[in-house]
Every structure is written in C-alpha cells, then in structure tokens.
Ligand binder design. Structure first.
Ligand SMILES: [Zn+2]
Length: 302
C-alpha cells in the first residue's frame, strides 16, 4: 500500500501544474535554494524602502530584516549574520533613522542567517532581545567570535510585544526550528489597517528527518500543526525571513506604479503556505517509502 500511496502523492503533485489554480511543485531543496540565494546576495544590501506605514525593509537581497519605527524607539526584526549588521545599520540610516534608536530586537528563528548578529546589535544599541523559549538553546549555540547571546525576555506562543503603539504577536510555528516564530501585527496607512504576517520559515532543510527522528519524534506533527496555524492567520501583507518567500524584488519593482501597494498580497500568502506544505508532504512520503523498503529488505534478508 505504501509505495502506491507514495506514487499517488507524487503523481498528484506533478500533475498539479495542469490545473491553473495549483501552485508549481517545488521540492524542499528548490525552496531552500530559492530562499537562501547566493553567498553574494546574502550579504548584498537591498535598497532600503518603506513597505507600509511605519514598517521598513532594511535587509539584504536574500536575508530579510525589518524595522518598525515608533515614537518610543524602534523595533528590529532579524539581525542576520553578524557581518550584515553594518549593512542593516547603513540601511536604517539611509531611511533617515538612527540605529541607536532600536530598543527591541526580535528574530524569526535561531539560525545564524537570521539571528547571529543579535549580540552585536545589542552591543551597538542596548536593545532588549526577546526570543521564543524553544529557540533559546539553538540561539545560545550561535556565538559569533565567542560573543554570548543574552536574552532579555523569554516568549511563549501568542506573547505580545507592545511598544510605542505597535503590538506584535509571536506565534510559535515550529518544524523548521523548535521555536520558529511567525510575527503578526497590524500596520496603519492612510486610515486603513493591514494584517502583516512575517513568516518564520516553513521549509524542510536538506538533511531534516521527518520520519523516525530520534531527537524530535514529533517534528512531522509540528510541521502539520504549523501549516494549520499559518492558514488561520489573517494576512493582507505577507513577509518572511527570506525575501523570496514574498516575491520582494518583483513587488519592489512595482512600487509607485499603481494606486495599490504591491505588498498587499493575501493570495501570495496562501500560495507560500501551499508550496511549502506540498514540499513537506512529498519529503515525508519519500522518507516513509525509504524506511519501509529498507525494513522490507531487512526482513527478506532474515
Ligand atoms: Zn532557517
């Protein structure tokens, strides 16, 4: 039954492009490559710009960093690699803000490309670092040049970060990391309020074991629950820890070309969840199939 099930899943996935509504099938490796970009793009400054209201982009071509400006000081989401911190600082200044005004530092998840720079940002600004509890062990292992990471506030699912009239909610969306954090907030512009979702990551990295994972037996259940949580979040403006998750370059090119903000893209949000869930299901089916055929081989050998 299993191989049949796998074949059916693969067939369904590859037949999908025939139906115009269904997104193109991407495997986890395709999404991984799409997200991380090249070494060069990871460290190359993207022109800083206003996304909506008081929310700005200050990251690189393939590593996202966001600045929310408030009268009480600013919030930075994602410090990226430590070597990217001067680039982020430059982007903040190019927009006319002061890096030292950053009072709160948040992150998507405890991988070096999003949070390695936390210690340096804290050193330069004195900002308070707030991290989802389940990602703290991972973060503490990321010590650029031996610098320890110091967490000022431990977060749980649905924790609120209220600062300067902005309210951010931390949603625990594990799988990619145990404490993967999707940030949601409402941003106002021209009398309208927009639901913003900064996707942590829904990706299954190369080498991730979804079946028979001894370190984390619940990993597949975590991903499945995360996809459900993501679908429950109202979203007008999808963002994410990598610009490719929300087609940033394409949308940036459209700024000012029409009356509507190109970053308003609720369909793009659903598409991003779909494409990742499909990749997750395909990888899990492949791993199940591999384990079952090796078990079958072992019992024949006996
Ligand atoms: Zn990651």
């Amino acid at each position: 039954m299993r191989p049949l099930y796998v074949c059916a899943a693969l067939l369904a996935a590859f037949a999908a492009p025939l139906f115009s509504q269904t997104p193109k099938v991407m495997m986890p490796e395709d999404l991984f490559r799409r997200n991380i970009g090249t070494k060069e793009s990871q460290h190359k400054q993207f022109p800083p710009f206003k996304i909506v209201g008081n929310l700005y982009y200050v990251g690189t071509e393939s590593l996202a960093s966001f600045l929310i400006v408030t009268p009480a000081g600013d919030i930075l989401i994602n410090s990226c690699y430590e070597k990217d911190v001067p680039t982020i600082k430059n982007s903040v200044e190019k927009l006319g803000f002061r890096f030292s005004d950053i009072k709160i530092l948040l992150g998507s998840h405890a991988h070096a490309d999003h949070m390695e720079g936390d210690a340096l940002v804290k050193q330069l600004t004195g900002a308070r670092l707030m991290v989802m509890e389940k990602d703290i062990p991972g973060l503490l292992k990321i010590m650029p040049e031996g610098k320890p990471q110091v967490v000022d506030r431990v977060l749980q699912d649905k924790a609120e970060v209220n600062w300067g009239g902005v309210s951010l909610i931390a949603r625990l969306t594990p799988g990619h990391t145990p404490g993967c954090t999707t940030w949601t907030t409402k941003i106002q512009e021209n009398g309208k309020s927009y639901n913003v979702v900064i996707i942590c990551s829904l990706g299954v990295n190369p080498g991730y074991q979804l079946v028979n994972n001894k370190q984390n037996p619940l990993i597949a259940a975590e991903y499945t629950r995360t996809f459900k949580v993501m679908r429950s979040l109202p979203c007008d403006i999808p963002l994410g820890s990598h610009p490719a998750m929300f087609d940033m370059a394409e949308k940036y090119a459209k700024i000012g070309k029409s009356a509507t903000n190109p970053f308003i893209d609720p369909e793009g949000y659903i598409k991003e969840i779909d494409v990742n869930e499909q990749a997750f299901n395909l990888r899990r089916a492949q791993q199940l199939e591999a384990i079952e055929s090796s078990t079958a081989g072992a019992s024949t050998a006996q």
